[in-house]
Design a protein around this ligand. Structure first.
Ligand code: TPP
Ligand code: MG
Length: 678
């Protein structure tokens, strides 16, 4: 390995592009790119397989910067190697409308695989990508035709490895023996508050070995390029286990007063210190954003290397397509993200005569029907598949020793890790991932759900046991604020179906949605099945809310708006009101977000502005319902924690009953007629 002058200047170019961009932005993280520049240089000029001219080439290695605060490291590399990211883009670091936001954002900057910043998530994403890659390899590779052979390479920091999510994901990766995964740990022993001696002194190598990882060390990640290169080569030749390469580096390397201190982490070095660092490393003081021509030419060899690598892969794929035309078509379709022709044909319709059915059970039937037609659907639960009904019966097991091709994933009791893995699978492509747990434990995966929404990942969450309907397990297991809380999240669709038929529609909506995640919120308890003719009338269910049962003449005095299990409560309340001569309309509203996407005409036809008497019914926090019930309406819901008792008793005690809804509707109407507010 040549420790030559050009390599050193290339490394310094990465360092000072990062330093100058942070300085110009007057904010950012200069120290980590300075410390990681040598490792990143080696990976991006010698070892990673990618094509800057086609960042989406499906045969590429996936690079994940888990320590997203070091974004300038990635932006510098993307610019230098010839991705569509200019020096001016780097000059615009962290500015409004720029392609170089503070933390890397997938879909925003070419070459950024996943959105990172919340520590630990990126490592989880990398594990998910490695799992997706294995799923694709098992499905598509044939002897002599290995079209899936890329690696997943992650960089992570002290903070990444302190986060619990990293432990969950790394434990799963070790168990799964993901030999296509290599993580580099930037062991700089500095975090924001100072030395890692303040809070993190564990034996990281021992910990990862215990997870089943291969662990390598590089003692000097600042200057020993040869040592790093040989560690990379060993890591890249391992196929049986994931590898962690622990690289000892110096944050702020080259900065005379800030190297190896927390001061180099999250603030510009300052003009004076920038000058000193440039002097120390033999770098011209000016101009800022200096990229020497020979250095640029050296980095831009990535373009020819990448083009060649992609061409080799394309030839391989052409031979594959000739030998296995049907598989090649499936590969293209899946990587494109298209669903197969006729995929909805097997989705069942449920007849009311079938008797009451829990929406979780209906979901299990629908999932299996879809999985039979959609081979890319793969997932599982955090150790709750018998309860969440999320096993693909014909799917086989995704286990290191099982028959290849398994699609049922056992995430173990690792909700947060599961959330990040699902995002990585979705970003990898070729797989539509789903993950299940009790709705209450959506809290344990919320940070990953948020990133799925931010990245626009097609991920399906199957959240069952959705309310006090859980019953005897009590308040620890009874979601209350979860619907409101998830509805508050942009770009997440929350669907709480009222019955088996709405559940079928919900799954369909989830799979058809390519721009973000969908949470299916399902009941443990049995619910009556609504007539399919009402649910599907006018595509109502797909519009997020629709008139399920109307006042006889279509001129209701009061609107009852409900979701999930409370739709039945609203239907019963409507009958009670009718007995008293009060015409009521029941609106089933499984998905607020879909309803908001409808044109005003539809929304007003469902919720006529001329009817101010409105009552929402939902076994959860009333927070947010005012949007639909308005100032003069009321909400029947639960603004306290639940209780441990048979479910029916809790519903009664907490007032989620037809009688309570009827009474509330009457008092709302009376108040409106008297001209007072409730
Ligand atoms: C989940 C999460 N918590 C807190 C932060 C804020 N934060 C950013 S970097 C960092 C720690 C920095 O230490 P390290 O991870 O070792 O990175 P280094 O400074 O060495 O680059 C923290 C706490 C974050 N980004 N994500
Ligand atoms: Mg650190």
């Amino acid at each position: 390995m040549e420790n030559n002058a050009l390599a050193l200047r290339a490394i310094n170019t990465i360092r000072f592009l990062s330093v100058d961009a942070v300085q110009k932005a007057k904010s950012g993280h200069p120290g980590t790119p300075m410390g990681l520049a040598p490792l990143a240089y080696l990976l991006w000029t010698k070892y990673l397989r990618y094509n800057p001219a086609n960042p989406d080439w499906t045969g590429r290695d996936r690079f994940v910067l888990s320590c997203g605060h070091a974004s300038m490291l990635l932006y510098s590399l993307l610019h230098l190697t010839g991705f569509d990211l200019t020096l001016d883009d780097l000059r615009e670091f962290r500015q409004w409308g720029s392609r170089t936001p503070g933390h890397p954002e997938a879909g925003h900057t070419p070459g950024v695989e996943v959105t990172t910043g919340p520590l630990g998530q990126g490592l989880g994403n990398a594990v998910g990508m490695a799992m997706a890659s294995r799923i694709m390899a098992q499905r598509f590779n044939r002897p002599g035709h290995e079209i899936v052979s890329h690696r997943i390479v992650a960089l992570c920091s002290d903070g990444d490895l302190m986060e619990g999510i990293a432990s969950e994901a790394a434990s799963l990766a070790g168990f799964q023996r993901l030999g296509n995964l290599v993580a580099f740990y930037d062991d700089n022993r500095i975090t924001i508050e100072g030395s890692t001696d303040l809070a993190f002194r564990e034996d990281t190598a021992g910990r990862f070995r215990a997870y089943g990882w291969n662990v390598l060390h590089v003692a000097d990640g600042n200057t020993d390029l040869a040592g790093m290169a040989s560690a990379i080569e060993v890591a890249f030749s391992e196929r049986e286990r994931p590898t962690l390469v622990i690289v000892r580096t110096s944050i702020g390397y080259g900065s005379p007063n800030k190297q190896d201190t927390a001061a180099a982490h999250g603030a510009p070095l300052g003009e004076a210190e920038v000058a000193l660092a440039k002097e120390r490393l033999g770098w011209p003081a000016t101009p800022a954003f200096l990229v020497p021509d020979d250095v640029l030419a050296h980095f831009r060899e990535a373009l020819t290397r990448g083009e060649k690598a992609e061409k080799v892969w394309r030839m391989k794929f052409a031979a594959y397509a000739a030998a296995f035309p049907a598989l090649a078509l499936e590969w293209e379709r899946r990587m494109w993200g298209d669903l197969p022709e006729g995929w909805v044909e097997g989705i069942p319709t449920f007849s009311p005569e079938a008797g009451a059915t829990a929406t979780r059970s209906a979901s299990g039937k629908v999932l299996n029907a879809i999985a039979a037609k959609v081979p890319e659907l793969a997932g599982g639960s955090a150790d709750l598949s018998p309860s969440t009904d999320t096993v693909i019966k014909i799917g086989g097991e995704f286990l290191p020793d099982a028959e290849p091709g398994g699609r049922n994933i056992h995430f173990g009791v690792r909700e947060h890790g599961m959330g990040a893995v699902l995002n990585g699978m979705a970003r990898h492509g070729g797989v539509i991932p789903y993950g299940a747990t009790f709705f209450i434990f959506s809290d344990y995966m919320r940070p990953s759900i948020r990133l799925a929404a931010l990245m626009g990942c097609r991920v399906v969450y199957v959240f069952t046991h959705d309310s006090i309907g859980v019953g005897e397990d009590g308040p620890t297991h009874e979601p209350v604020e979860h619907l409101a809380s998830l509805r508050a999240m942009p770009n997440l669709n929350v669907v709480r179906p009222a019955d088996a038929n709405e559940t079928a529609a919900a799954w369909r909506m989830a799979l058809e949605r390519t721009t973000g995640p969908t949470a299916l919120v399902l009941s443990r308890q049995k619910l009556p099945i609504l007539p399919p003719s009402s649910v599907y009338r006018g595509d109502g269910v797909y519009r997020g809310a629709y008139v399920l049962e109307d006042a006889g003449d279509g001129r209701p005095d009061v609107l009852l708006i409900a979701s999930g299990s409370e739709v039945s409560v609203a239907l019963a309340a409507r009958k009670l009101l009718a007995e008293e001569g009060v015409p009521a309309r029941v609106v089933s509203m499984p998905c607020w977000e879909r309803f908001e996407e409808q044109e005003a005409g539809y929304r007003e036809a469902v919720l006529p502005p001329s009817v101010p008497a409105r009552v929402s019914v939902e076994a959860g926090s009333t927070f947010g319902w005012r949007r639909y019930v308005g100032d003069r309406g009321a909400s029947v819901g639960i603004d306290r924690f639940g209780a441990s008792a048979p479910a029916e008793r809790i519903f009664r005690e907490l007032g989620i009953t037809p009688e309570a809804v009827r009474d509330r509707a009457k008092s709302v109407l009376a108040a409106i007629r008297k001209g007072v507010r409730t």
